[in-house]
Unconditional design. Sequence first.
Length: 301
Amino acid sequence: MSINLTLRQLELFTATMREGSFTLAAEKLRISQPALSAAIRKIEAELGLTLFDRTTRSVQPTPDGRHLFAVAEDLLRDFKVAMQGVAERADGLHGRLTIAVLPSVAASILPRALMQLQRKYPGIDVAIRDVMHERAVTMVADGLADFAVTTRIAETAALAYDEIGADRIHLVCRDDHILAKGKGPVAWSKLEGHPYVAMAGSTSVRRLADAVLLQADFALQPRFEVEQIASCIALVSAGLGVTALPALTFSMFASDRLTMRPLTGPTISRQIGFLQLKGRQLSTPAVALADEIRGAYARKS
């Protein structure tokens, strides 16, 4: 059964229910009493129901009328709230953003950027999806995130990438390890002979390092392989080996007993940038957040 009622019809009906009189409701609505009566009859015809018992002295709602009144009030209230939300989003002062970011970005540069955003747009809620690279790309491609902050992707017809900067890979070892001595960069070749804790092959950090080292005709055989940075650092902190991680990950762990030194021969950096759908215009708060992320990254570099 197809029912075609307008919001205006529901407003006329609910006003009549509240006033208990066609005459009083018509006066409040500033329409004629015959026009209101005709509108109510049209609603009854559309629904196939009698909504009012009419006498010469009074108008009493039927059980069907009372039921429709409860439904109509809910619908009108929800519509008003929804339209208010649309208006608030239009003014750029209210709304909700969803962003997909690498966990290292979420732990390092995002907090400062969000602090600045909240000062400018206190009515904006932000859903942060701290996910791995592949998931971040998928969320943007599927329209589930306004934008992502992740590593570089190959050029596609659907997605646009805007680089923020480079995130250099460093040696991470205990401060009492032999490789912790001295200052300045450490050659990758110096890691040979030391147990190596590697990130899993599914991570962007591992794939990048393996690809560059392969071109340099050099490879490290992991003693341990882990999925999470926290696990990697736990093994290094226990003295079970050394590892290589980008600088942005340092905010994810306590470095009290750890030393971080840039790796060289070759120097390896992952590119970090914004990812969004081509042709999709970001909201004013989303643009503001992207600007704050860019600024926070520049200050941290």
